[in-house]
Design a protein around this ligand. Structure first.
Ligand code: APR
Length: 233
């Protein structure tokens, strides 16, 4: 991989699994404990806002008690050392990449630690609960929602992601099942653009067959190994 200069890295719930954050589709995952259509759609929020806000309050609190693991730390090390272009596109709504020290991070599905005021569109860091309908610090309306992308909503910054993919030499997918588009389609887009593709995942994912190379194992082992290869260590 010596001739690789521009890298796009896609991360999913699997990279945070060893930090103790449940994935969505593994056995016992979040979507086995809760129905997507009850807690993660705009319609659910309209129908039963208390249920949705309670679910996100619980997750926001849980995430803040978790710590980045060796995989987040290895990506942060790569981010700091890499001279070429690098973008970590995460589907995760936790902030473990940032807490590990990575700075070139894009949250395509939003973040738990942001509130979005649906009255004035202000977005702000938010670590406390929302169930009690706090007032928006900007306009005073009680119209805050979690700044996360629900099913049926448009992921963030797609133009920037595709622009980075077009310039990439390497696309790496880490800890994602390949079940949710558009992220699941990045590997095919990358291949059409003649970008080398590598998957690091616990086991074969739904998209494994699209990758030039697929390595299986826990992220805390595979990611530091791969980063050492990239940095020539
Ligand atoms: N190391 C590496 N991979 C792991 C680990 C681990 N320790 N543990 C689990 N995995 C893998 C699983 O094998 C699975 O392929 O991580 C993947 C997790 O898949 P999902 O639970 O489907 O999570 P993700 O792909 O991030 O989901 C995408 O779905 O509901 C939405 O918005 C939510 O962003 C999320 C999107």
């Amino acid at each position: 991989m010596a001739d690789m200069r521009n890298i796009v890295i896609l991360t999913g719930a699997g990279i945070s699994a060893e930090s103790g954050i449940d994935t969505f589709r593994d056995a016992g995952g979040l979507w086995e404990q809760h129905k997507v259509e009850d807690v993660a759609t705009p319609e659910a929020f309209e129908r039963d806002p208390d249920l949705v806000l309670r679910f996100y309050d619980m997750r926001r609190e849980a995430i803040q008690a978790k710590q980045p693991n060796a995989a987040h730390e290895a990506l942060a090390k790569l981010d700091a050392a890499w001279d070429g272009e690098l973008l970590i596109v995460t589907q995760n709504v936790d902030d473990l990449h940032e807490r590990a020290g990575a700075s070139r991070v894009l949250h395509m599905h939003g973040t738990h630690l942001n509130a979005w005021c649906t009255a004035c569109d202000m977005r702000t860091k938010w670590t406390g609960p929302m169930l009690d309908r706090p007032a928006c610090p900007e306009c005073g309306e009680r119209a805050l929602r979690p700044d996360v992308v629900w099913f049926g909503e448009m992921p963030y910054e797609m133009d920037r992601i595709y622009a980075s993919l077009r310039k990439a030499d390497l696309f790496v997918s880490i800890g994602t099942s390949g079940a949710v588009y558009p992220a699941a389609g990045f590997v095919q887009e990358a291949r059409e653009m003649r970008v080398r593709t590598l998957e690091l995942n616990l086991e074969a994912s739904m998209g494994s067959r699209w990758f030039h190379e697929s390595r299986h194992g826990p992220a805390t082992q595979l990611v530091p190994q791969w980063v050492d290869e990239m940095l020539g260590g």
